[in-house]
Design a protein around this ligand. Structure first.
Ligand SMILES: C[C@](O)(CO)[C@H](O)COP(=O)(O)OP(=O)(O)OC[C@H]1O[C@@H](n2ccc(N)nc2=O)[C@H](O)[C@@H]1O
Ligand SMILES: Nc1ncnc2c1ncn2[C@@H]1O[C@H](COP(=O)(O)OP(=O)(O)OP(=O)(O)O)[C@@H](O)[C@H]1O
Length: 305
């Protein structure tokens, strides 16, 4: 192992997007406990920015404190950094700063976005020239959603979500993102899925109809085909979400979706003005919402200072 610290390297900032799952098909758990997935990911325009600077030891801080985000070695960005230097057999470390714009524990893969951003930022900081293939492989060891955060756009996810392959997407849409005050634990939702779905298939089917609708740019059809197998489990764990869902469906009968393992809910719109009208109507009912375009790019460098 070699230490190759170079003093005075300028910091690097990488921006990474949130994700949603337009389709989330879940199978019965594998021997390792993870669930086989057939999912269509879409990157949407809510972002975390991760800045890295060379340092003698690993550390992580947030630009603004957010409850639930660990500030020690449990933070996924430290695991990402250690995995990258181990891959290159180096003894380097970095101080990592996260500016969070993605809701925490919202089912939008904020931690995964941070891990992807960290891999890319450190690769650029130290000019490691890690291949895309190796970055995606290391990402997959950190979490199921991390490879997709590198890729962005719209992609089919298989395996436990870590095998990603871009799919053509001719849509350009606006999601109303309905935030929840309280997070939902992803493992708890998967555990309850197992209780509710003892007969889940070993391999969930690929949603060919949705993939065709995306390629055709048929937003109405995409809205009709949105699906999430974790939704019944999330409703059971958070009955308050049902009232929100009813309110959303009264505004938009099609195009309502639970994001990943929840609790964030989404409403699909073709036009930004319609999305704005939905946000205004929901705000009147006391809900906190924002608008995010999709699809957007994956993790990308935004600053060389
Ligand atoms: C709900 C989704 O966001 C949909 O994309 C993901 O499946 C979850 O992705 P993630 O948070 O990156 O998940 P990981 O960090 O890999 O795993 C967290 C926990 O979620 C459960 N998990 C996750 C992915 C998967 N295919 N099966 C699982 O059972 C496991 O309990 C695992 O310990
Ligand atoms: N950098 C990070 N940002 C957010 N959470 C982190 C981070 N590192 C570790 N965590 C832990 O990960 C847990 C899940 O956080 P995250 O915001 O990624 O949830 P999520 O959006 O529901 O994830 P997913 O959609 O991938 O299931 C948090 O409870 C937190 O303890």
């Amino acid at each position: 192992m070699s230490s190759q610290r170079v003093e005075g390297l300028p910091p690097v900032t990488v921006r990474a997007p949130a994700k949603i799952n337009l389709h989330l098909g879940v199978g019965s758990p594998r021997p390792d406990g993870l669930h086989p997935l057939s999912t269509v990911y879409q990157a949407v325009g809510l972002y975390d920015d991760v800045t890295v600077v060379d340092a003698p030891d690993w550390s992580v801080e947030l630009t603004e404190q957010v409850p639930g985000v660990p500030l020690d070695d449990d933070n996924i960005v430290i695991r990402a950094g250690r995995a990258l230097v181990a891959h290159h057999d180096l003894d380097l470390a970095a101080a990592i700063t996260i500016a969070k714009g993605i809701p925490v524990m919202g089912g939008m893969a904020g931690g995964s976005a941070d891990a992807a951003a960290t891999l890319l930022a450190l690769d650029r900081l130290w000019d490691l020239q890690t291949t895309d293939e190796d970055l995606l492989r290391i990402a997959g060891t950190l979490g199921s959603d991390v490879p997709f955060a590198l890729l962005g756009g719209t992609a089919l996810g298989t395996g436990h979500g870590e095998q990603v392959e871009p799919v053509p997407d001719a849509t350009s849409v606006w999601w109303v993102v309905v935030l929840s005050g309280e997070g939902l634990s992803t493992p708890a939702v998967y555990r309850h899925f197992d209780e509710l779905s003892p007969d889940a298939p070993a391999e969930p089917p690929v949603p060919e109809g949705l993939i065709a609708a995306l390629a055709d740019g048929d937003v109405d059809e995409v809205g009709d085909l949105l699906a999430n197998d974790l939704w019944p489990a999330a409703r059971d764990l958070r009955p308050d979400l049902v009232d929100v869902e009813v309110a959303l469906r009264s505004l938009s009968p099609s195009g309502v979706l639970l994001s990943g393992s929840g609790p964030t809910l989404l409403v699909l719109h073709d036009e930004v003005d319609d999305a704005r009208a939905t946000v205004a109507a929901l705000a009147e009912q006391g809900m906190t919402c924002t608008i995010a375009p999709g699809p957007v790019a994956g993790a990308h460098v935004v600053t060389y200072v």
